[in-house]
Design a protein around this ligand. Structure first.
Ligand code: ATP
Length: 212
């Protein structure tokens, strides 16, 4: 197989709303693998959870605002525009068909990886690009299912540009970060200041969304 000529980062999520942890991860993905671009792709209708009360378009706009000053980070609204459920495997296939020579380097958090077997066509997903996992507090590698642990073991390569390749997996060398959108929503619902947790705190406050 000829090596891909370029690589692009892909970071999907609900971003309900975007928090500093997301930004730290997107920058780390870009810098660790020397990627010219990392696309943040807010989901429209996520298959794994109830539809968020805040609209996909609104979540996308905050993602867009949060990364405005970030070199190499872009926001992609394809899932927001899609009708029906959004499956990662479809999004990756779509991106790949648009850029056939590009290796997709896609990021998930450790919690998402733990639940990967519930994802649509999860085995195919592993071969869609180079998967990068960010460890997350509360999700220990020792609690992975036997099958996921085997996949991780068989596919694991160092987190460096020279190791990039389809079907491989790397662990992103970031410290554990306690940020979560759940915590952000809880604080917002209680009227607490969240300016230390997200770059779009003021826009969120002005929207009045997330208040109970
Ligand atoms: P919620 O608290 O609503 O579940 P979240 O903080 O997990 O939201 P998402 O938008 O669902 O945010 O996350 C998008 C992706 O980023 C997921 O793969 C998730 O695992 C990962 N992620 C989010 N926050 C972190 C974190 N602090 N550490 C590692 N991965 C994270």
């Amino acid at each position: 197989m000829t090596p891909p000529q370029t690589a692009t980062g892909v970071f999907g999520g609900t971003f309900d709303p975007i928090h500093n942890g997301h930004l730290i991860l997107a920058r780390a993905l870009r810098d660790t693998f020397a990627l010219p671009e990392v696309r943040l792709i807010p989901t429209g209708l996520p298959p794994h959870r109830a539809a968020p009360p805040v609209s996909p378009q609104q979540r996308f706009e905050w993602v867009n605002a949060a990364i405005a000053q970030e070199p190499g980070l872009t926001a992609d609204d394809r899932e927001v525009r899609r009708e029906g459920y959004c499956y990662t495997v479809d999004t990756l296939a779509e991106l790949q068909s648009e850029q056939p020579d590009t290796l997709l380097v896609w990021l998930v958090g450790g919690d998402s990886f733990h639940h990967l077997e519930s994802w649509h066509r999860w085995r195919d997903l592993l071969d869609c690009g180079h998967m990068v996992i960010a460890a997350r507090p509360g999700y220990d590698w020792t609690t992975l299912s036997e099958e996921l642990a085997r996949e991780l073991h068989n596919r694991a390569v160092p987190a460096q540009p020279a190791a990039l390749g389809k079907g491989r997996i790397s662990i992103l060398p970031t410290p554990l970060m306690p940020f979560s959108s759940t915590e952000l929503r809880d604080k917002l619902a209680h009227g607490e200041d969240v300016s230390g947790l997200t770059p779009v705190a003021e826009a969120i406050r002005q929207s009045g969304l997330y208040l109970t």
